[in-house]
Design a protein around this ligand. Structure first.
Ligand SMILES: Nc1ncnc2c1ncn2[C@@H]1O[C@H](COP(=O)(O)OP(=O)(O)OP(=O)(O)O)[C@@H](O)[C@H]1O
Length: 646
């Protein structure tokens, strides 16, 4: 009975393969070039295994038709699909049924439409070639999740938007040249491996790899009619964030909390909003060329009567009228959403969210807020006294720059708000705590002594995020420390609180906790200690990174890290690790690797800023350590294989 069932099953699948091929041929092969007179496994380009199609390779043949839905997509045993240079047209259909596919070549055709998102579901994919087609729209950031990808060619299409932050170490061929991509090339270890040739002929790409400096605020200072603006980096939508499994908060713990208390009455919002809009119009008159771009992010609330009044005042301004219509439609409060973020919640919803205090920091108080029982965000309420001297425009301009940053190792800023002295920043909520809790423990969790590979991974993540801030956007973090490095859903390190201290005009109120202050002070570079209160520089960030790396390697609080020469520091780190080893039993330390990481940390924390490396150089050093370790590992495996076989 079983074998009858199996036979039936097999025949059913075979039939599926035949009908898939027949449908493919009927719509793609307009000139009947594929000979189908024999058994389907003998068709031109078809290879079977056990009468199931595993390869379909038809190349350099004029087919001229379309790849229609429900044709090749039904070949669920297919490993290789290559239809290169076959003059196919139309969109690339759903391919999510090709669950076993390893290689997909659709290059040198005339495929149009957008990148087929179904490809992102093909987790076995190693080779993907869509080059030389007419594909348009963004390259999906989800490509970064195809962990086995070795070969990716998307060159010579019409793709636009940002380069996704690919970082799968398997990738050895990558090309997105001759497209319309824009913005800063993400600084990931893997993308850094590829030279300028992988990115050529995308006139609006910038960053170290293409030797072109990015403008930190291109959106607002580039004439709207040109296309030379830097596109906002890709940002996950808030609904996507909700889907990636943020933990459900305990409602019992949440106090019903109205984030902004009493100052926003309806009339007040109206007043501020109209003032903003009129201000915007005035500014627009001064900088006529620049206003168009700004419209995409500025969002102001007002109601119908005031709309009519304001609209009358700006009758001649057709672009502003557009804005009026858009704003009437969205009614999203005075929240300004960053980097293309959809307006998925309003100020009202944010105000009535239940919130939990996460902590008080240098520039404000941070809450975890639950919006409509569906979305968790982090809200930072900036300290009005610390930011007292910062005007509305300055704040807005600064947040526009910060909001345009986008990198896998930065906690995304989603929106911001300001009214009178109230200023809020809305970030993604990262569920896995901070690096500080990981290294030093909390009330509820014990400290974890980190293996050198974890130290290296975290250091590399932080170096990537920081290097991106420095070189692509020429901003400065200003407050790097372990409580500002958070762990993402995959325990990747993400930098928080970036570029905020620049706004502080008054010193913080002392916390009264001497220990905490001493630790915070230990990250400060010597040259910054006696300068003005918000002195910052890229080299001061590098210094803080050095201290953070020593904290990671030793598990010691920053204030307990001594100032030593290289040899002294090597010795101290070794001793601390050995003590940890005794306490924690069976660790097999790799002293060389700790030594190399210590050298990097010491170079970063040198007293003289000129002698410290740049974050870019630090990243390279860390990558060299990683590559050396991988080589060693390979040699070990080969040695043991050889000795096993002899
Ligand atoms: N996006 C976030 N997701 C999850 N936790 C966060 C987030 N941002 C901050 N936190 C946590 O909230 C707490 C308070 O953060 P906050 O930034 O206000 O202070 P801090 O990091 O201690 O000091 P500083 O303001 O100097 O950076 C910290 O424990 C921090 O790890």
């Amino acid at each position: 009975l079983n074998s009858t069932k199996e036979l039936f099953h097999h025949l059913h699948h075979q039939h599926r393969d035949v009908s898939a091929l027949v449908r493919f041929k009927s719509k793609a092969d307009l000139w009947n070039k594929i000979n189908t007179s024999s058994h389907f496994c003998q068709w031109w380009g078809v290879t079977c295994y056990g009468n199931r199609v595993v390869r379909l390779v038809i190349e350099d043949l004029y087919l001229g038709g379309q790849l229609v839905p429900d044709s090749v997509n039904r070949l669920d045993q297919l490993r290789v699909l290559s239809l290169k240079n076959t003059s196919l047209t139309g969109p690339i259909p759903d391919l999510s049924g090709l669950v076993n596919l390893k290689s997909l070549f659709l290059d040198h055709n005339s495929f149009s439409g957008s990148f087929p998102l179904s490809v992102l579901a093909l987790h076995r994919l190693r080779t993907l070639d869509f080059s030389f087609n007419n594909l348009i729209g963004p390259i999906p950031p989800g490509l970064a999740l195809l962990a086995r990808l070795i070969y990716l060619r998307l060159d010579s299409n019409r793709f636009n938007g940002a380069v996704p932050a690919l970082n799968q170490s398997s990738l050895h061929t990558f090309n997105v040249s001759v497209n319309n991509l824009t913005g800063a090339i993400p600084v990931t270890a893997v993308l850094l491996r590829f030279g300028i040739s992988s990115f050529l002929k995308n006139p609006n790409l910038c960053g170290e790899i293409v030797h072109k400096e990015c403008n930190p605020r291109p959106k607002f200072f580039t004439p709207a009619t040109t296309t030379t603006k830097t596109a906002p980096p890709p940002a996950k939508s808030l609904s996507q964030i909700a889907q990636i499994g943020l933990p459900r908060p305990n409602h019992g713990k949440h106090s019903r909390f109205v984030i902004i208390l009493t100052f926003i009455s309806g009339a007040f919002i109206l007043f501020i909003s109209i003032a903003c809009l009129i201000g915007a119009v005035k500014r627009r008159n001064h900088t006529k060329n620049h206003s168009k771009e700004k419209q995409s992010t500025a969002v102001v609330t007002f109601d119908a009567a005031e709309t009519a009044e304001v609209a009358a005042a700006i009758e001649q301004e057709s672009e502003i009228e557009e804005k009026v219509k858009k704003l009437q439609a969205t009614k999203s409060g005075s929240l300004v959403f960053c980097a293309g973020e959809a307006n998925v919640y309003t100020m009202d919803q944010l105000m009535t969210a239940s919130a939990e205090l996460l902590g008080r920091g240098t520039v404000g108080t941070t809450y975890k807020a639950l919006l409509d029982s569906r979305l968790i965000v982090t809200v930072k309420r900036l300290d009005a006294i610390r930011l007292a001297g910062v005007g509305r425009d300055k704040f807005e301009r600064h947040m526009e720059s910060v909001g345009a940053l986008g990198h896998p190792n930065l906690v995304p800023l989603r929106a911001y708000f300001q009214a009178k002295e109230e200023r809020l920043l809305i970030y993604d909520y990262l569920p896995n705590g901070s690096l500080s809790s990981l290294v030093h423990g909390t009330k509820s969790s014990r400290a974890t002594p980190l293996h050198w590979t974890s130290c290296l991974k975290i250091a590399e993540d932080v170096a990537q995020g920081l290097s991106y801030i420095h070189q692509a956007w020429q901003l400065v973090h200003g407050n790097l420390k372990s409580s500002n490095v958070l762990l993402g859903p995959d325990f990747e390190a993400c930098i928080a609180d970036y570029c905020l201290v620049a706004l502080a005009t008054n010193p913080p109120l002392t916390s009264g906790d001497g220990q905490e202050d001493a630790d915070a002070a230990a990250y400060k570079a010597p040259e910054a200690r006696h300068k003005s209160l918000n002195y910052q520089s890229v080299k001061a960030d590098v210094y803080a990174f050095g201290i953070l790396l020593l904290e990671l390697l030793t598990g010691k609080q920053p204030s307990k890290i001594p100032v030593l020469t290289l040899d002294g520091m090597m010795e101290w780190v070794r001793k601390v690790r050995e003590e940890g080893e005794k306490k924690n039993g069976n660790w097999r330390e790799d002293r060389d690797k700790f030594g190399m990481l210590t050298e990097v940390a010491v170079a970063c924390s040198l007293a003289s800023p000129e002698q410290r490396p740049t974050m870019w150089q630090v990243l390279k050093m860390l990558q060299e350590i990683k590559e050396a370790a991988v080589m060693e590992e390979c040699e070990l495996v080969m040695d043991s294989t050889n000795s096993g076989s002899s």
